[in-house]
Design a protein around this ligand. Sequence first.
Ligand SMILES: [Zn+2]
Length: 366
Amino acid sequence: MSVPNHRLRCHDCSEKQYPSVSDLYCTECGGLFAVDYVDAPDGTRPRLPMDDPTKANSLGEGDTPMIFMEKTRTSLGLNSLWGKLEFMAPTGSFKDRGSVILTTMGRDLGVREFIEDSSGNAGASLSAYAAAAGLKAHVFAPASAASGKLDQIQIFGANLHKVEGPRQAATDAAEKYVKENGLVYMSHNLSPYFSEGMKAVSFEIVDVLDDDIDHVVLPVGNGSLLIGMVRGYQELAEAGFISNIPKFHGVQSHAVRPVVAALNGEDWSQKNVKPTNASGIAVSNPPRLVEMIEAIESTGGSGITVSEKSLTDWQEQLASNEGIFAEMTSAGAFAGLEKLIKSGVIDKDSNVCVPITGSGLKEPLN
Ligand SMILES: [Zn+2]
């Protein structure tokens, strides 16, 4: 690479270091990194860490459609409701926006082979982008992940390691394999590069609606979409393009709710985990929990949990009323929106956007 346009800055102690995809923790304090750019944002496009975005390892991700969801808007009584169709991506989820950045940085920094762990969508996405970049991927995923997602990981030529037990077991097995084999752990949750790709979602919303959106409601697991979108809005505000950043509301299944519990001061730990169909956000111990809380609180947003029944109810409603086949994790965002309106956190005069993060085609119907 030529002179890098950024450094990695430790979230906890602000120590800086040169770009790397293999150094995931600060050597001073063990904290995680954020991307710290040399130049100020200009607001016309998100700042990105690669030398030349035109040479990115792209599969055509981004620029997803926004649709006005009239029937759902009417039934909820909102002023406006926009769906951002993130499942219309090369591998069927928003993760492609992060994979293009992470694999481009890996490729340009000399990585040939890497390890990743995922509940399914991120593994499938990184496998596709690894294939495109000519990188060998090892993906550790829960054996219980949807077969559509596991098939997807394999068809792209990644080495799939199925791990029995909860989502955390796949992370633990990946970390062990990294140590034993001396390979690069290009974790999409620990690397700061992945969420940089999510900033574009905010730019695309502002492109269509300026800063009219009052609330963004989205499912949160490891928080890459949340952290990246808030950062995108912050860049737009810093550059003077917008004056209003929407409130961000994170939705989790009641069964796995570390973020909502932390926001509400509830004592909750991994031992309280229950089974959930919201597999994309079944993350009991997110490494960027503090950043997620900071992101939500910086916008004046909130967190809310939803029931298992509401996931399937909303999946059916979205399909039969709107013609949208979302995965259950993504349907949960609408269940959360409904509760936030009922409790008065979101008032009916509001303009709301919900990113619909993943396709229902990959998982079996419940
Ligand atoms: Zn540090």
